[in-house]
Design a protein. Structure first.
Length: 248
């Protein structure tokens, strides 16, 4: 456990500053869009590894007061507990928007001044990238967003106060979040970061991640399990099939 993690674990009653929030769905049923290349258990283990990568990155950021996982999943709770991260159990598993809204409401009631929410599927996120988001943030009221690499999703949203805007996560949440901030009289700041930008949702995302070695729990799992080799073979077969079609 890092010194920053120890301080968070022993000082969880501190309410000011920036709290990081990571919503986690049921790991047993998550990432269904990866089903063409991963079975249910492989998806579960990948999700758990990615969550550990995200929590490890956040734990390395001195500018965060605490980290909070919102989940009902047993594995996610265990991972958070092992890393000395606070867990809040949401009443129902209704999706990312509802989970983040629930967290914002909870933290606001505890007089937390700022909330940074990030998804649990961005294994390449680094402490330095999170610091870049924190550094770009303006005085309250303020909204800072790190978009997905395709400029469609909102992969990191920093809000002061936590409930300053209504959230609307999904595949096309970036522009709606910008618009909602402006409707609240806030000019949002945008910080693009490659690690924060790559969320693993579809097979192409997984191949992009898997084919570039990284010092992450997720990459080590994919390599150890043989999934990377399987993805390589699948890509070669698809390329050969495409070449044959062109030749015909």
């Amino acid at each position: 456990m890092t010194e920053a993690s120890k301080q968070r674990a022993t000082g969880a009653t501190q309410r000011a500053g920036v709290w990081a929030v990571v919503p986690v769905k049921d790991l047993r049923t998550g990432k269904r869009r990866l089903s063409p290349v991963l079975d249910a258990n492989e998806r579960r283990l990948l999700c758990r590894a990615m969550l550990e990568d995200v929590l490890t990155a956040l734990a390395g950021v001195d500018g965060l007061t605490a980290i909070l996982v919102v989940t009902r999943d047993i594995d996610a709770k265990a991972t958070a507990k092992r890393l000395a991260v606070r867990v809040v159990v949401e009443p129902k598993n209704l999706g990312q928007t509802q989970a983040v809204t629930f967290a914002a409401r909870t933290l606001t009631s505890e007089n937390v001044t700022s909330m940074l929410t990030v998804p649990a599927d961005i294994p390449l996120a680094t402490p330095e990238e999170v610091v870049a988001v924190l550094s770009a943030h303006g005085p309250t009221p303020a909204v800072t967003i790190a978009p997905a690499s395709d400029n469609r999703g909102s992969n990191a949203v920093l809000c002061s106060p936590p409930n300053v805007i209504p959230f609307a996560f999904g595949d096309n949440s970036f522009l709606p979040h910008l618009e909602r901030a402006r409707r609240c009289g806030i000019e949002p700041r945008v910080v693009k970061q490659p690690g924060l930008g790559l969320d693993i949702d579809v097979p192409e995302d997984l191949r992009l991640f898997a084919f570039t070695p990284s010092d992450t729990h997720a990459y080590r799992y994919l390599k150890r399990s043989g999934i990377i080799n399987r993805l390589h073979r699948r890509s070669l077969a698809l390329n050969e099939s495409s070449a044959t079609d062109i030749a015909d």
